[in-house]
Design a protein around this ligand. Structure first.
Ligand code: NAD
Ligand code: IPM
Ligand code: MN
Length: 352
């Protein structure tokens, strides 16, 4: 058996409910596919921050470094400012491990009603490739003059040739392996200075991938098209903030943000990659045991794929499709009454 060392960071809120569900799925698949997982669970969270004054220890990244992958739930808790929880855990991992691709697929599953007019299962099958370490989430800036009439906040968007080029190359290569189409999300109509640079780099990288048919759309119009006609998209490449917004939007159009997965990839494999649902800690439903575990479970499937087990990954996504299509068992966000655990039980059936 191949054994993989996995770091589990459940985090806060429903992260503590969906990560155990994903772990059950991994263990069930492992038994069938001759895989082994050893887990190390880290209690890094807002609770830790309240107790010890830090989301993770100073040598947190060193502790993670030796793992083959990281599976994370979500961080964020009312009472701890989000900039503390995010800059103290999530963002340092993404940046420290050069996870510059954030891959966010979305599909319309049979049995999940989409708010999209006339959506048929399989109609929507797209992937957002989000730049994950720079862009609008730049680290230069801050707040000045707190409380004064002159108070202001500034933040520099940082787009580097290296940073943009590498995520574009990933997206074009992915488009080559998928449907051969790529759309770039932009806002180059004169106002945002960084975006004409992004567009130039897209055109430049396109020459290295002549088989890919590509276009670009302004982010505002693109948001509308995601709602009106998401069928037309295959791979969508976007900057950090645009990709963040588009991925929640696509997930909602497909039926629930509780399903959407994310892979924070370091394609060179110099460092571990991190897998996490797109959603957050959902304080409004946390502790009730009703969170949809599919986002975390699909993320775990992406992890299996990344670790070199595509058949095992497909078995998990097939089981998801089967349960959604063939059973009424589902969590309240999908119109059901099942708990996280009951939904996970139902999903494990076809995996055994
Ligand atoms: P959220 O994704 O936590 O919740 C948005 C809405 O979707 C809520 O109504 C919630 O109940 C629902 N929802 C989310 N996931 C669900 C699931 N699996 N099943 C059923 N319903 C689900 O977003 P938010 O409210 O903007 O953020 C809450 C906290 O989470 C904040 O502290 C935020 O910073 C944090 N956050 C963390 C991450 C992360 O760690 N990657 C991502 C997003 C938000
Ligand atoms: C996500 C989240 C994070 C992001 C937040 C919580 C910083 O929304 O993973 O999509 O914007 O990257
Ligand atoms: Mn987001």
């Amino acid at each position: 058996t191949t054994t993989h060392r996995i770091a589990l960071i459940p985090g806060d809120g429903i992260g503590n409910e969906v990560i155990p569900a994903a772990r059950r799925v991994l263990d069930t698949v492992a038994a069938r596919h001759g895989l082994g997982f050893t887990y190390e669970t880290y209690d890094w969270s807002c609770e830790r921050y309240a107790d010890l004054g830090a989301m993770m220890p100073d040598d947190g990244l060193d502790q993670l470094r030796g793992h083959d992958a990281i599976l994370l739930g979500a961080v964020g808790h009312p009472g701890v400012p989000d900039h503390v929880s995010l800059w103290g855990l999530l963002i340092p991992i993404r940046r420290g491990f050069q996870q510059y691709v954030n891959l966010r697929p979305i599909r319309v599953f049979e049995g999940v009603p989409s708010p999209l007019r006339d959506a048929d299962p399989g109609d929507v099958d797209l992937v957002v490739v989000r730049e994950n370490v720079e862009g609008e989430y730049g680290e230069i800036g801050g707040r000045l003059g707190r409380g004064l009439p002159e108070e202001m906040a500034v933040q520099e968007a940082v787009f580097t040739r290296k940073g943009v080029t590498r995520v574009l190359d990933y997206a074009f290569a992915l488009a080559e392996r998928r449907g051969g189409r790529l759309t770039s999300a932009t806002k180059s109509n004169g106002i945002i200075h960084t975006m004409p640079f992004w567009d130039e780099l897209v055109a430049e990288r396109a020459t290295a991938h002549p088989e890919v048919v590509w276009d670009q759309e302004h982010i505002d119009a693109l948001a509308a098209k995601f709602v009106l006609d998401p069928r037309r998209f295959d791979v969508v490449v976007a900057s950090n903030l645009f990709g963040d917004i588009l991925s929640d939007l696509a997930a909602a159009v497909a039926g629930s943000i509780g399903i959407a997965p994310a892979a924070n990839l370091n394609p060179e494999r110099d460092f571990p990659s991190m897998f996490e649902p797109v959603h957050g800690s959902a304080p409004d439903i946390a502790g009730r045991g009703i969170a949809n575990p599919l986002g975390a479970i699909w993320s775990a499937a992406m992890m299996l794929d990344h670790l070199g087990h595509p058949e095992a990954a497909t078995r998990v996504t097939d089981a998801m499709a089967t349960v959604l299509a063939k059973t009424p068992v589902r969590t309240p966000d999908l119109g059901g009454t099942a708990t996280t655990e009951e939904f996970t039980d139902a999903l494990l059936e076809p995996l055994r």
